[in-house]
Design a binder for this molecule. Structure first.
Ligand SMILES: *[C@@H]1O[C@H](CO)[C@@H](O)[C@H](O)[C@H]1NC(C)=O
Ligand SMILES: *[C@@H]1O[C@H](CO)[C@@H](O)[C@H](O)[C@H]1NC(C)=O
Length: 487
């Protein structure tokens, strides 16, 4: 029996190796410096900070910005994160980023080592803002900035002079997806902070419960309530039900109150369940999160089966796989910024490998062993760090060769240190159009990445491939921490 299992495991590892010849044929480094990449991935969040920067700020080319956010409406919305290469604070992806960062700390915190403090600061920078955005009952501030005006300019956040439009949802204008994602982030962060800052954890959990009540009581999509402020930027395509289940799942994990588990299970009882995980669609994340508790509590395999579907759709050795891989081995799905797929799918696979040890998943006629997921995930991480046909690291500042012209206003314009005079809206355009490298390193940034054939043109105006976002990096914090100690 044990021998059969060993042979089966070796065969699976060989399948993974055959899928990724670049990685396994010795063309590349044995191991990357995962500790360096981890440190950089957390540093990245400092580059995206909005508000008054603390004296401990390490990315010093960034300065204070958006110090009046919310002022016109008499609320304090200073702080939080710019989501990407612009100067907007979009609450929906910001909250998802914080949920993933918290999950990274919950699942892989033991490996963060000296980076634990920096990761906590990165999470708290986001959750402090989410607390401000949810301070009023039955009202959630979901965004600051006018995306049309902002995108029309190429300005540093420190100079930004476009309207700081404040967008909110309330009982008459509901936004269940954004409110429930914020509830998920606050609940997950309460778990991440439980041991180190218990009073803060209590506050986050209390708020999460309130915001989740609001999300479920007043149902509707922010698509309809705030329309053009969020669509087509962070339009909710997958509907708000997945966020309600996701929020309930995190609240169950944080409170152990079965009312949340029952809500999640009843709302999620669907035969078809997408194998997707990103800022819009949370289904695969819910499957992974609930698969374990639900088996334990109800002796039902409903969510385990959904997690199995995700695995069978994803891993190279599965005969029913739908996910594509580039010739060089990177996970690929059509549309938008692809890097969301290898980073967030890798995170879920690594969590599953820890949950299920030697228990096999059944993919058609093939039994897939979760311990082999570590090899799949490592192939993605190593590709991202430079083991790919171009030998290009897709993390800014990591390795010998990395993207020089990322689509990011602050990174591509001279900093206030070298150019103290402000740039007006269109005065930044020559820097946007220039083929020179960006002057400021947004260390640790991950960008959309290569095309389906492993080609990458390092072109600033091609935002689908060259723009960094916070939710690409957040799952990598946990994955890199794991490989730092377990490579
Ligand atoms: C939000 O808008 C997009 C684009 O119009 C649409 O495809 C999607 O179905 C809408 N989502 C909801 C929940 O109404
Ligand atoms: C850069 O990308 C833009 C937008 O995708 C494209 O129009 C342009 O031709 C590209 N430039 C180069 C030099 O490839």
């Amino acid at each position: 029996m044990a021998i059969t299992r060993l042979i089966c495991y070796l065969l699976q590892v060989m399948v993974v190796m055959m899928m990724f010849p670049m990685v396994f044929n010795g063309l590349v480094n044995a191991n990357h410096d995962y500790a360096d990449a981890l440190m950089k991935s957390i540093l990245f969040f400092e580059g995206q900070r909005s508000g008054k920067l603390p004296s401990t700020q390490r990315l010093t080319w960034r300065k204070d910005s958006a110090l009046q956010d919310g002022h016109d409406m008499g609320v304090d919305l200073v702080g939080g994160y710019y989501d990407a290469g612009d100067n907007l604070k979009f609450g929906f992806p910001m909250a998802f980023t914080m949920t993933l960062l918290a999950w990274s700390m919950i699942e892989f915190g033991e490996y963060l080592g000296p980076e634990f403090g920096h990761a906590s600061e990165a999470l708290q920078w986001g959750t402090d803002y989410l607390l401000k955005a949810t301070a009023e009952a039955n009202k959630v501030y979901v965004q600051v900035g006018d995306p049309y005006a902002d995108h029309n300019c190429w300005e540093r956040p420190e100079d930004m002079d476009t309207a700081r439009t404040v967008v909110y949802v309330d009982a008459q204008h509901p936004g269940s997806e954004v409110a429930a994602e914020i509830a998920a982030a606050l609940a997950a962060a309460s778990i991440a902070f439980r041991a180190s800052q218990s009073n803060y954890a209590d506050k986050l959990l209390q708020r999460s419960i309130q915001v989740f009540d609001f999300a479920t009581k007043y149902r509707g999509s922010y698509n309809d309530s705030v329309g053009r402020w969020v669509c087509p930027f962070y339009c909710d395509f997958s509907g708000y039900e997945d966020e309600l289940i996701w929020g309930a799942a995190w609240l169950f994990k944080a409170t152990k109150n079965v009312q949340y588990l029952n809500f999640a299970v009843i709302t999620g009882r669907k035969p078809v369940w997408p194998a997707e995980f990103g800022w819009d669609d949370k289904h695969a994340g819910i499957s992974v999160l609930l698969s374990k508790v639900y088996i334990f509590l109800k002796d039902s395999t409903e969510y385990y089966n959904k997690a199995e579907d995700f695995v069978c759709n994803t891993v190279p050795q599965s005969p029913t796989r739908t996910l594509k891989y580039s010739p060089g081995g990177l996970m690929f799905k059509p549309g938008g910024s692809n890097m969301q797929n290898p980073t967030s799918i890798s995170f879920l696979l690594l969590v599953l490998s820890r949950y299920y040890g030697q228990q096999n998943f059944n993919c058609g006629s093939v039994q897939v062993n979760p311990s082999t997921f570590v090899h799949v995930v490592k192939s993605q991480v190593d590709y991202i760090l430079g083991d790919n046909p171009l030998q290009m690291s897709y993390m800014v500042g990591y390795g010998a060769k990395f993207p020089q012209r990322i689509h990011h206003r602050g990174s591509s314009l001279p900093s206030k240190d070298t150019h103290p005079i402000g740039f007006k809206c269109k005065e930044g355009t020559p820097y946007f159009q220039s083929t020179n490298p960006n002057p400021n390193l947004l260390t640790g940034a991950l960008i959309g990445g290569p095309d389906p054939n492993d080609a990458f043109f390092d072109n600033r105006s091609d935002f689908a491939h060259s723009e960094p976002t916070t939710y690409l990096v957040a799952p990598m914090v946990g994955v890199l921490a794991y490989f730092k100690d377990n490579a």
